[in-house]
Design a binder for this molecule. Sequence first.
Ligand code: GTP
Ligand code: SPV
Ligand code: MN
Length: 615
Amino acid sequence: MTATSVRVPHLPTVEPGRPLDPYAWVEEVAALTEPDAVVWCDGSDAERDALIAGMVRTGTLLPLDPELRPRSYLARSDPDDVARVESRTFICSDTADEAGPTNNWREPAVMRAELAGAFAGAMRGRTMYVVPFSMGPVGSPLAQLGIEITDSPYVVVSMGVMTRVGTGALDLIVAGAPYVPAVHSVGAPLTSSDEDVPWPCNRTKYISHFPTTREIWSYGSGYGGNALLGKKCFALRIASVIGRDEGWLAEHMLLERVTSPQGRRYHVAAAFPSACGKTNFAMLAPTLPGWSVETLGDDIAWLRPGDDGRLWAINPEAGFFGVAPGTGVETNPTAVAMLASDVIFTNVALTDDGDVWWEGLTPTAPEHLTDWTGQSWTPSSGRPAAHPNSRFTVAAAQCPTIADSWEDGAGVPVDAIVFGGRRATNVPLVTRAFDWQHGVFMGATIASEQTAAAEGTVGELRRDPFAMLPFCGYDMADHWAHWLRVGETLSSAGRPLVFGVNWFRKSASGSWLWPGFGENSRVLAWIVGQVEAARSGSDEGAVAGPVGLRPAPGALDVSGLGLSDDDLAELFAVDRAAWQAEADRTEEFFAQFGDRLPAPLRTQLAALRHRLTRP
Ligand code: GTP
Ligand code: SPV
Ligand code: MN
C-alpha cells in the first residue's frame, strides 16, 4: 500500500450556521463508523417493543415480574460505567478562553482528529440507529431539534422516554430547521467471532462538545448523561451556548407549580447540583394543608424573557432519569407511584420474586437480593445492594403530579428562582436575595458536597456555580454576566425573586436538622409569601441579615414539627467567622476568572464582607 492510498479518517465537516443535510451527514457518519446496518427510528411503540425484545434476548435487559412491575426492566451496566465522567468531558470551543477555567478545553482540530481515530470502524458488527428528536414540545418556539446517531439500543429506548423522538422532529429537520448533530458509540466493535456482552463500553471515553458547530461526539460510555445526548450534552452544554447567543438561559433546574390555599398559582425554578434533591422537590407532597405542588420538570429548564417582561420557562425533556436510592414511600410517595409500571431501572438490586429494590425504598432491606453487579446479597454483606447512582427512566406523563399543561409550548412564567446545595454547615435553611444581582451572586457561589452522580470523592466540598459546573458550555464568568444581562431585560415587576436553600444542614451529632422532603412545602409557602409581599412593595415576613433576608420570627410555619428552639436557631445560624472564611474561598474561586468576572459580583462580595462586620 502506498502512503497516498491510506485513508485518514475524519469527522464530517459541519459549518456553523449552514444547514446540514441530515441524509448526507448520516451517510458520512456510517462511512466512518462502518456499522452492519443503518436504521432510521420513528419513535413508535412497535419499534420500542422490538428493541426491548432484542435487548431481553441479548441479556442487556432483564424483564421484571409482570405482575409486580408490568412492562419494566432492569439493566446492569459495566461496573466501570456507572456515572458521568467529568474528567473525560471536553468543551472544544475555538479558544480556551471561551471554554473558561472550569471546563476541560481541547483544540477543535486536535480533538476532531483524535475522535476520528476512535470512531473509525467503532460500530462494526453493530446496528447504527438514527434518532431524530425534539427537546421541548415539537414545534414550540422554545424547542430545539437534534439527531442522535447511536449504536446502543438501550440509548434509543431511553431517548424515546426522555425526549420527543420521531417523524414530527424529522419532518422539521428535513424541511430545513437547524438541528444539533450528535453521535454516540459505545466504542465496542464486534468481529464475527466476538460474543457481545450485556453492557458494551470502552475504558477510553470522550464526551466532546463543539459549541461553534453545535456538535456532540460521545464515545465509550452507555450511561446516562454520557450517552443520552439530548440531556446534559445538548439541553445544557450546547443549549447554554445557543442561549448565550440568543438571549435565553439553559439551566440545571427543576420546574414546578405551587398553588396556595387561596388558589393562587406560582411557578418556581430551582437549581441544585446533581443528586441534591431536584426530583424530590419537583414531586413534593406538601405537608402543609391546602397547598399543592404540580411537577413540570425535574432536571433541566430553558428560560426566556417574554415580551411581557417576565421569564418564561419550559422543561425540554419528556421523561425523568431519576436517582433511585433514597426514593421511598416516606420520602417521595409520588415517585414511588410513578414507578409502578413501564420503567427501565439501571443498577438497582433485584428481589428474589423478580422486583426491584434499593436503599431507602423500604425502611428494612429484604433478607436476600441480587445486587447491582449480579452477586448474591444479604443485609450483612456490608455493601450497598443498589449502586448509589442507580437510576430509573420513566415517562413524565406517568408522574401522578405532572401539571396538565406540562407540554404547553409557551411555557410558564417564573415567579421565584431557588439555588441550593448540600451543606452540612454554614448555609441557612432559606435566604431571600436582596435583589437580582445578589441573587446572581448566590447562584455563582453555590458550593456542595460531591455526590455519586459523577466520578470523584463523595462528600468533598466543591464549588458548583448555578449547579452548572459540569454543564456550562462556555466560560462560567460569562454565564454570570449573561444572567445579569437577562435580568436587565426583565421588568421590575416581572423579574423573579431569588432564594437560596439548604435542606442538608446537620447538628453537632451529625443528624439532619431539617426533616426535608414534604416538609419543604413550609419553605415554599414562605417563598411565595415573599413573592406576594414583593408585589405589594413590602418585605413583610422577612428580616435582613448578613447573608440575605431570612424569615421573620413566626413567618416560617414550623408548627407540629417538634423542632427545638435550639435546632431552629441552628438551621438559620450565620457564623460570621465561618462566613468570612467562606468569603475568602469565594474570592479565591473568583480569582481564576480574572477580568471576565462581572464587576457587580465583586461588589456583591465586598458588600457581603461589609455586612458580616456589622453587629
Ligand atoms: P440529579 O438527577 O442527579 O440531577 O439529582 P436530583 O437533584 O434530582 O436529586 P434527587 O431529588 O434525586 O435526590 C438525590 C438524593 O437526595 C436522594 O437520595 C434523596 O433522597 C435525597 N434528598 C432529596 N431531597 C432531600 C431532602 O429534602 N432532605 C434530605 N435529607 N435528603 C433529600
Ligand atoms: C445529573 O448528574 O445531574 C443527572 C444524571 O441528572 S445524568 O443524566 O447522568 O447527568
Ligand atoms: Mn441532573
